[in-house]
Design a binder for this molecule. Sequence first.
Ligand SMILES: [Zn+2]
Length: 255
Amino acid sequence: MIGLIIILAAIIIAVAVYADRRKRKQEYKLPATTKQLLSDNVPFYVALADKDKALFELRIKDFLANTSIRGVDVEVEDLDRILIAASAIMLIFSFPDWKYNNISEVLLYPGTFTKDYSTAAPDRNVLGMVGEGAMHREMILSKPSLRASYSRASDGQNTAIHEFAHLIDKADGETDGIPEYLLSQPQLLPWINLVHETINEMKKGYSDINPYGATSAAEFFAVITEYFFEKPEQLATHHPELFAMLEQMFHPQGK
Ligand SMILES: [Zn+2]
């Protein structure tokens, strides 16, 4: 009898928690200044047609309803929320049904940190990170780096885009620089070959791609995604083959 009561109580609590979460999601409202913040800070949004702008706003609303943004010793402002969500959505905007299923929370840090999440150690130099192990549904971003990514929107570097590119890569189970959901089967081998060729050129010093991308195929994918979204014309001129592949990956069939 007691066992039955415990089971019933557990079911009632689970239903209540689920209903509460659903209600919170339905009630989530974007900040009143959202359109203005996007127009002033996010070139990707500015370039969209009006109907796509409305769609973009809906998708960032959905992202923020499902992902908490929490400051660690730093205030989270509306602009931070909007920049994080915009970074997430611009990468998957051509895929109307795609949602990030591998993130629950973004932690905003007051500055750079170490791989062990210390914000005080002298050798801290990490700007952003996708968590592993116990932190596997977390992303950490440095607030100054997030802001700089958009105040210098055409320098080819964007920490939030970099970290969301890692999440897309990770969605197939491995963060290996081969984002299998973006590549059709016949594209896999050409992509792997092109990544290795380009990394070899970078190691010889013949490249304008951020050298951090040469540390691994996974970092290459994250770095080249930053370049593709921030300076597409330059990428098309300097690396036409890479540009064409990324175009097929992020905007398939002219989407
Ligand atoms: Zn990285």
